[in-house]
Design a protein around this ligand. Sequence first.
Ligand code: SF4
Length: 256
Amino acid sequence: MKLLPLQTGILYGPINSRRLGKSLGINLMPTTYKACSFNCIYCHYGRTDVLTHDLEKCKDDLPTVTDIVAAVEGALASDVKFDYLTFSGNGEPTLYPDFETIVKHIVALRNTYQPALKIALLSNSSGVYRENVRRALAFIDMPVFKLDAGNAVMFEKVNRPSRDVQFGEIVQNLSTLKHIYLQTVLMYGDPSNAEAQELVSYYEAVARIRPKEVQIYSLDRPVSNAKIRRVLPHDLEETAAYGTRETGVPFHAYYL
Ligand code: SF4
């Protein structure tokens, strides 16, 4: 089974995103290994090489603020067209130590070169407790946070986080944010977070967080674990419709 290769630079794409249109990705993580606070069972980059919530041990491998700003400025000044600049890449972007500084620089560049361009963040939610991350969110047009489970047991099975990341704290921290989007990958197999009994606690967590919108996905690419499988379009649509009714939050299903 062929996984996606890691991103080899600071910028990648533009790629066609199911929800963002043409998106130019910004990778703040190392380019030779995956560093993340999660080791999601479905991650299309494969296993997390450095499972951590603190990038201190990786700091020599991170791009500098100067290099990131130069790369983004080069793209914004070029003829390449895209709709979103998106923080994502080889791991969890909010782990980057100067995340707030980077966001402010990129917002300033966007305002100078392409004021209509939007900025998105795809985050696994584990950095929301940090004050610098919370401040940076105010500048991001579409902050999207991962929630793949409704309880700690399923969270451990699907996201396989580093030891210092707690499910309860993530839900609590997300519930204090306004105007955020949630993103959920649903799967059948072992584990299955798409069965009716699992969805009860998941809908409760969504209702507590009260995001602007929930985007639910099936697996769309090869994954490293053969025990999990895709949720079919009909089931995904039903889950979205039921979720909207249960929580009062609009759900949207994405399936390829
Ligand atoms: S949070 Fe994202 S990058 Fe990290 S393991 Fe999960 S899917 Fe992969």
